[in-house]
Design a protein around this ligand. Structure first.
Ligand code: CP
Length: 313
């Protein structure tokens, strides 16, 4: 199916066909990244702005590198050194960036809906790089890409997402992407962080970690998002780790070919033991590698690319 969107704001509004188009385009760009010359001219003359108002390592650098590989000019906006500190609004900041001919604005913001807000008045394309606890679409796309690459399919797989679901934009975007492509998604964590209401999104909910791990083809771990929690949701980190942390004993109950994922940043010794994060079943760094191809695909498609057939040979 051919892509026709100017923005990437969320996964919820994408069709399964559109998700597959991004994945297939990313596969073509991954092949480009394995060549001696990794750059293509798809975005030559375009300006991409990384407007990150929240911290990031993987997403910001990955978008920067993706834009460079597509031969775009890239501006990295630093909120701490900007006129936001002098009281300028997000709207005025974005309009000033557009006045300097920005073609794409990639935004990360603590407020859910910030990218949708910008897309209402900007002529530039807008990409959501994480908005509050709402969505993180490129993370879900790279997670889905990694699962499909490793397991050969999405449909019918049991994917367990274990951790702080309530405050996680990664969880929400993954739930949309995986259920649209036919996976069985199980959510697990403390009841305060995994309310039953998530069943309405087509997931199973369990507070029993053994049940969640058993039969899982994929376990995607999430850290506790302290920066978004407004109240205490469990007694202590130590208790969380003993009840829900992924360690050797729990891994022993999982399938032999279970795949371990984590969007990062990892809190070693809390949601995941170091020996599990670094074991042969972990694809955590491969997720990061795939993020580059997925973000190249997203930038290519929102700039008028139609699909993988247009990725140059
Ligand atoms: N996974 C993720 O969004 O990581 P960063 O916060 O480092 O971008």
């Amino acid at each position: 199916m051919s892509w026709n969107r100017k923005h990437l704001l969320d996964i919820e509004s994408l069709s399964p066909g559109e998700i597959v188009t991004v994945l297939d385009t990313a596969k073509a760009f991954k092949a480009v990244g394995e060549r001696a010359i990794k750059k293509v001219p798809a975005l030559r003359g375009k300006t991409v702005v990384n407007l990150f108002i929240e911290p990031s390592t993987r997403t910001r650098i990955s978008f920067e590198l993706a834009a460079m590989r597509l031969t775009a000019d890239v501006i990295n906006f630093s909120a701490e050194a900007s006129s936001l500190k002098k009281g300028e609004t997000l709207k005025d900041t974005a309009r000033n960036l557009e006045a300097m001919n920005a073609d794409v604005i990639i935004i990360r913001h603590s407020a859910a809906g910030a990218p949708h807000f910008l897309a209402r008045f900007l002529g530039a394309s807008v990409v959501n790089a994480g908005d509050g606890a709402h969505e993180h679409p490129t993370q879900a796309l790279l997670d889905t890409f990694t699962i499909r690459e490793k397991k050969g399919r999405i449909e019918g797989l049991k994917v367990t997402i274990l951790g702080d679901i309530l405050y996680s934009r990664v969880a929400r975007s993954n739930i949309w992407a995986l259920t649209k492509l036919g996976a069985r998604v199980t959510l697990c964590g403390p009841p305060t962080l995994v309310p039953q209401v998530f069943k309405e999104l087509g997931c199973e909910v369990t507070w029993d970690v053994n049940e969640a791990i058993r039969d899982a083809d994929v376990i995607n771990l999430l850290r506790i998002q302290h920066e978004r929690q407004r109240r205490t949701t469990f007694p202590s980190l130590g208790e969380y780790t003993s009840l829900f942390g992924l360690n050797r004993a729990r891994m022993a109950q999982a399938k032999d070919d279970v795949m371990i994922m984590h969007p990062g940043p990892i809190n070693r010794g809390v949601e995941i033991d170091s020996e599990i994060a670094d074991c042969g079943r972990s694809v955590i760094l491969e997720q990061v590698t795939n993020g580059l191809a997925v973000r190249m695909a997203v930038l290519f498609l929102i700039n008028g690319g139609k699909g993988p057939q247009e990725v140059g040979n």
